[in-house]
Design a protein around this ligand. Structure first.
Ligand SMILES: [Zn+2]
Length: 210
């Protein structure tokens, strides 16, 4: 969960408790929220750990009532679950901060546009990589956790995509647009996805499917 105001965080805890009552551990993908303008149609594998909150663009929701931006997707899984690089790249940052706890940021190779994208992995229990390390797709970079006050005490991975971003922390995009199988087609990691070219960004799921 990544939110802008602490007060909203308390609201999210309440909402998530409601979600968890009937949530499945695998194969569940939360909706985008009523009146979100352009939700991505999702194909969620039945063996993928569930997504409890979707990306909501600050640009898309700024003029609407009752929807808060969310700069990534939240994947719910037990504390200690391996967190995997969604594509190969270079560890750009690996550090702890009060809001997002342990976090790792990976810089990916430039695509055909010549621009590079980044992925961020937030609220980790442990970071297993340091800045400067090179990662292959699917390589474990940390363990899922509940660190940072924006985790609201709810074990999950906040997974964020900074698409073709020129500056850190800007240009977040919906990761669902860039799965290896295609937009909306959540793609579990497997060795068959190793060796994809860099002509376009193609992501694989950042936690293992069962
Ligand atoms: Zn989040």
């Amino acid at each position: 969960m990544m939110i802008f105001r602490l007060g909203i965080g308390l609201f999210c805890v309440t909402a998530l408790v409601g979600c968890l009552a009937d949530e499945k551990k695998f194969g569940y993908a939360a909706g985008y929220g009523k009146s979100y303008p352009e939700p991505v149609v999702l194909e969620m594998p039945t063996n993928a750990p569930s997504i409890t909150q979707q990306f909501r663009s600050p640009l898309a929701v700024s003029s609407l009532n009752g929807i808060e931006p969310h700069l990534g997707i939240d994947v719910h899984a037990p504390i200690g679950t391996p967190v995997l690089a969604a594509a190969g790249g270079l560890v750009e940052r690996s550090f702890w901060g009060p809001a997002y706890g342990n976090q790792v940021q990976v810089l990916h190779a430039p695509d055909s546009s010549g621009k590079a994208s980044r992925t961020r992995y937030v609220h980790l229990k442990r970071r297993l990589v340091e800045a400067g390390e090179t990662l292959t797709r699917g390589q474990q970079l940390g363990e899922l956790g509940v660190t940072g006050f924006l985790s609201s005490g709810f074990p999950h991975l906040h997974f964020e995509l900074i698409y073709r971003g020129a500056a850190l922390g800007h240009s977040s995009a919906d990761p669902h647009l860039y799965w290896a199988k295609g937009a909306g087609k959540i793609t579990c990691w497997g060795p068959e996805w190793q060796g994809l070219g860099d002509d376009e960004l193609r992501l694989t799921y950042p936690v293992p499917c069962s």
